[in-house]
Structure formats: structure tokens, C-alpha cells
Design a protein around this ligand. Sequence first.
Ligand code: FES
Ligand code: FES
Length: 161
Amino acid sequence: MKISFILNGEDVVFNGEAGVRLIDILRSNFGLFGAKPGCLAGQCGACTIIFNDRVSPACLIPAFKIQDSEIITIEGFSQTIEYQEIMTAFANAHLGNCGYCEAGKVLCTEALLEQIPSPTKKEILMGFSGIKCRCTNVERLVRAVDSIAAIRQRRLYGGSS
Ligand code: FES
Ligand code: FES
């Protein structure tokens, strides 16, 4: 089966079985290892990608569903100014994310702020509900997202916010 889609802004084609998981396609066919195989059951968030503008677990998406879709992985997102802002704020907040959850947290932050430019604490926690991490300090994470939102508002609209 030939499946065409947009991956990190480029038109690509996957040639293979319709039921192969997207996480395996990214890693085996495109050499993108930022999305990690964790639970493989949609529970941990290690394989998070942005699929048609929504954060999604790549382990639950079969190949046949990606026809004509747009997929952004952490590798693609890492080329953006938004990525730099998120990483700087995470570092300043001393979140100490591990390699398994960091990409998911970054992409969840981006998807959340795209949807809600100034989210409440409750909305931030909802935005991260797909990431199973018990080691990050939640208050620091919320403060980091608040600061990213403020920096983004200043960059986009100027002034202080
Ligand atoms: S590996 Fe996909 S959610 Fe855990
Ligand atoms: S799972 Fe990565 S820091 Fe908690």
C-alpha cells in the first residue's frame, strides 16, 4: 500500500502494510527517533507527535489513517522559534525532563498554546494529561508554561503581558 502524507513539512510516501504503527514508520522508514516506543497502548505519551494539529500517540495510529495527513515530530518542531522558547523555559524551570517524556511535553505545550494562548492551570494540566510522568514538579511545569505563553504573546503582539 502506498500512503502519501506530509511529514515535518515535506511530502513523503510510505510503502508498506496498512496496519503498521506510525511510531514504527517514523523510526524504521524515516529515521526519526524522537517519538519513543513506551507502553505501545496510548497510555504513556512517550510516542507523542502532532497529527493534523492535535497531539496524538503515534503508537495508536495505523498506516492507513495517515493518508493525506500532516504530521509533525519533535525533529521537525525543533527547527522553530517556538521550540527554542519552550526549551529555554523548561531549562529555566529546572524541570529535569527525561528522554522519554521530553518530546511529548514539548509538543503538548505547543499544541496547548496554539489552542489556548493563555491557559489556566487547569487547562495546562489537561493539556499534559496524556503524558504519564510522576517525576516532574507540577507547579514548576505550570509556571514554565505560563512563562512560555507570556513570552510568545510579547513576541507576537509586543508590549508586556
Ligand atoms: S508508546 Fe504510545 S502512548 Fe505509550
Ligand atoms: S517520565 Fe520523564 S521526567 Fe518523568
